[in-house]
Design a protein around this ligand. Structure first.
Ligand code: PYC
Length: 321
């Protein structure tokens, strides 16, 4: 059967790519976004692989499937995914989605509600082109949790939920500098494996699949800190990672170091910056607000020739027989 082409629009948010699938994806009917994400994962994994994996994609590519929303008053629904699976939430991807919808003429400046698998979020497209995303309720579950890592000794980190599960390390591991990418990747990958082996998880046994290392900013007049974020598929985030910055805000708030109205400027490994502020909820959780910029930089139609062995991407577990 000939498969319908996919129409995709590319952007990057402070360096991190987002590829929004505008049309050609499967019809998943009227369901919650969490159910649609499960269906995408279980029944249409070809779409994720075709969009994010080589030859069309690369390890850092984050895809976003534009869907009909389930919740009322939302301009759209979205499911994010990467080189290995679906993502619960993605703030850089939401900023990319918003500028993509503006490029398509579907939205203008103002606040837009967006339905996601982990809840409804809101994003404001500002007159200057920047976007502020109001994330899901976020919180720290534990502080300075030790994990033994071969070659590094005992590493300590905070655990936080901010739409994804994070383990946040400060002052340990390789220096957060672009020239240390390989060392940072090896260190954070080892930490992630050990968290899994030692049964250290988020709530309800959920895997901690994002590891974040913090260091001082290169230029304190531009940022308050600089991070390296390891994403689930072993790629590093080129942006400061919106959910990672939200997790940082949750930890700062829990430690009494950030109050509503104060701004945290989080630089990435590329020294691009997100600005973060918080709202306090009555139960002590926070709503992080993360702002940054994105630019549309490409548009493609993907064709699926049945004779092309890699029309659905080169699988990450590819083996040569
Ligand atoms: O910006 O939230 C984010 C994100 C998650 C994974 C990559 N970017």
């Amino acid at each position: 059967m000939n498969q319908a082409p996919l129409h995709v629009i590319d952007s990057h948010t402070e360096g991190e790519p987002t590829r929004v699938v505008i049309s050609g994806g499967p019809d998943m009917g009227v369901r919650t976004m969490a159910e649609k994400a499960r269906i995408l994962r279980d029944e249409h994994d070809w779409l994720r692989s075709a969009v994010c994996n080589e030859p069309r994609g690369h390890e850092a590519m984050v895809g976003a499937l534009l869907c009909e929303p389930y919740e009322p008053d939302c301009c759209c629904g979205v499911i994010f995914f990467n080189n290995v699976s679906t993502l619960n939430m993605c703030i850089h991807g939401t900023i990319g989605l918003v500028v993509t919808l503006e490029y398509l003429g579907k939205i203008g400046a103002g606040i837009h509600r967006i339905d996601t698998p982990v809840g409804v979020i809101a994003a404001e497209l500002r007159a200057d082109g920047s976007v502020e995303v109001m994330n899901v309720p976020s919180y720290r579950t534990a502080a300075q949790v030790p994990v033994e890592v071969s070659g590094s000794g005992i590493v300590y980190g905070d655990i936080a939920w901010a739409g994804n599960w994070f383990y946040l390390i400060e002052g340990q591991g390789p220096t957060v500098d672009f020239k240390n990418l390989d060392e940072l990747t090896a260190f954070t990958w080892a930490v992630r494996q050990e968290l899994g082996r030692q049964g250290i998880t988020g709530d309800h046994g959920m895997e901690i699949d994002h590891i974040e290392v913090f260091g001082p900013p290169t230029d304190p007049s531009l940022a308050d800190g600089r991070n390296f974020v390891l994403c689930p598929g072993k790629a590093y985030d080129r942006s400061p990672c919106g959910t990672g910055t939200s997790a940082k805000l949750a930890c700062l708030h829990a430690a009494g170091k950030l109050k509503p109205g104060e701004i945290w400027r989080q630089a990435s490994i590329l020294n691009t910056v997100f600005h973060g502020t918080i709202e306090e909820l009555p139960n002590g959780d926070i709503i992080p607000r993360i702002s940054g910029r994105a630019w549309v930089n490409g548009e493609s139609i993907y064709h699926f020739n049945p004779t092309d062995p890699f029309r659905h991407g080169i699988p990450s577990n590819y083996t040569i027989l």
